[in-house]
Design a protein around this ligand. Structure first.
Ligand code: PLP
Length: 463
């Protein structure tokens, strides 16, 4: 199997890395946590208040970290302000939902204008049709249905595949996250002592979860996928996969991997679902599928298509979506296609031109190159990975191609790097393996600040 990444992606490995001193990492980490607590008492107090009425004091468990997460009062452009008035450059950007930046004027204008006509009809409306037209054209799909979250979209994509094939089996990737639908919460970050062999991973089911007929495969391993298709011949409805894994840092597809996946799905009559909830417009103006040149049967979209409003979608080939039209199954949702969200979808469609996204991607490449220079100068055991407007540092000297490689990266230095940045006015997503996102409102000065933080961290680590 080829092990060079797909050519539409960015990867730079170190040429002369040297190990880091574990004691030095621990010492710096302890000092950074002290700094964090001293500079964010307002967030600590707010979290304690919020924990009275919300588990962990947050609305989604992703938002939580110990001892408490930053609580944010406001955001604009590429910046957020926390409870203590600390200003942070936002590189988390709502996990990609804020691709166009906070309070983008076009989103604001179109959503405000929509409010003049009514926020909620629960009947069909031309606004919904216009937004559906725009998504179908942009993502080259025949039909689409709106939902309100990525979770709903992946759930309904699977239901569509099951209805169309009359089969019940689902295959997902070890380490892949696709939201909170029961089967898709399995083997997301399984403990290694339960995960089984790397080329035939165990199904690891979290408590209170019904996996159904679910099979787990490693990413970047088409032979393992074929083995599952053969072993369970005639029972597999779909394979759900992010074209680029974006929940365990950024894991790039090997050259030829997605093409082979496509062939296998066609050969074994399995519906190929690309989960583009995270990639979507962050991968380029037409999403990851078109950028990488592999056409799935269904895609799911969320986050970046909505300019910060809660909207998502699933869609693809008409012959599959026809199973909704012919009433084999129903797709429901009170808020589906509501006029406010549709106004935001149309605003994003207007803003996210190929040129605008290319400018953000150029800035992302500037960051990736700048951090790579730091890695080389300080001989850090790390490498940089990028896709579209997203990038990350993976703390290992070799490429991360799947979940097992990811588990072998250095999580202590990842935590230090994340906290170091927060204490210096830059926030990336709370998970240690998440990536940064360059929005359409970040500037070169803000990009240079991210690089500068890595330079100062490298100097501290080597001092
Ligand atoms: N799919 C992927 C790839 C995701 O990253 C996520 C959320 O992060 C989801 C699906 C679920 O989306 P939501 O949080 O909107 O339910």
């Amino acid at each position: 199997m080829a092990t060079t990444p797909h050519k539409q992606t960015y990867l730079k490995l170190p040429t002369a890395a040297e190990p880091l001193n574990k004691d030095r990492i621990a010492e710096l980490l302890a000092a950074e946590w002290e700094t964090f607590k001293k500079s964010t008492p307002g967030s600590g107090e707010e979290n304690a208040r919020a924990a009275k009425t919300m588990p962990l004091g947050v609305a989604s468990s992703f938002q939580h970290w110990d001892p408490y997460p930053l609580h944010i009062k406001s955001a604009k452009g590429a910046w957020m302000t926390d409870m203590d008035g600390n200003q942070l450059i936002d590189y988390s950007m709502g996990f990609g939902a804020m691709l166009v930046g906070h309070l983008h004027p076009v989103v604001m204008e179109k959503v405000k204008a929509a409010m003049e006509f009514g926020t909620m009809f629960v009947t069909p409306a031309p606004q919904t049709r216009t937004a559906a037209d725009a998504l179908c054209e942009r993502f080259d799909i025949d039909q689409v249905r709106f939902t309100n979250s990525g979770t709903e979209s992946t759930m309904y994509a699977i239901r569509t595949a099951k209805a169309a094939t009359g089969k019940r089996g689902v295959v997902k990737v070890e380490g892949g996250y696709h939201g909170s639908y029961d089967p898709l919460t399995c083997s997301v970050k399984p403990p290694l002592d339960e995960a089984g062999p790397a080329d035939k991973p165990n199904l690891v089911v979290p408590p209170a979860t019904e996996p159904g007929e679910l099979y787990i495969v490693p990413y970047n391993n088409a032979d393992a996928l074929e083995a599952v298709f053969k072993e369970h011949a005639g029972t597999i409805a779909c394979f759900v996969v992010e074209p680029v894994l974006e929940n365990i840092a950024i894991v790039l597809p090997d050259a030829g991997y997605l093409e082979r996946v496509r062939e296998l799905c066609t050969e074994y009559n399995v519906v190929l679902i690309f989960d583009e909830v995270k990639t979507g417009l962050t991968a380029g103006p037409q999403g990851a599928s078109q950028r990488l040149g592999v056409k799935p049967d269904l895609i799911t979209l969320a986050k970046s298509i909505g300019g910060g409003l809660p909207v998502a979608a699933f869609g693809g080939k008409k012959e599959l979506m026809d199973y909704i039209s012919n009433h084999t199954f129903m797709h429901f949702g009170t808020f589906n296609g509501n006029p406010l969200s549709m106004a935001a979808v149309m605003a994003v469609d207007e803003i996210c031109t190929a040129e605008a996204l290319q400018t953000a991607e150029d800035l992302n490449n500037h960051i990736l190159n700048g951090i790579y220079d730091v890695i080389e100068e300080y001989k850090l055991p790390a490498h940089v990975v990028g896709f579209g407007v997203k990038g990350c540092v993976s703390w290992s000297t070799s490429q991360v191609r799947n979940y097992r490689d990811y588990k072998a990266t250095d999580f202590d230095i990842a935590e230090l790097s994340w906290l170091w940045s927060i204490n210096r006015g830059v926030i990336t997503p709370p998970g240690l393996d998440e990536q940064w996102l360059v929005s359409l409102q970040h500037t070169k000065a803000e990009a240079d600040k991210l690089i500068q933080n890595y330079r100062e961290l490298a100097a501290a680590l080597r001092s």
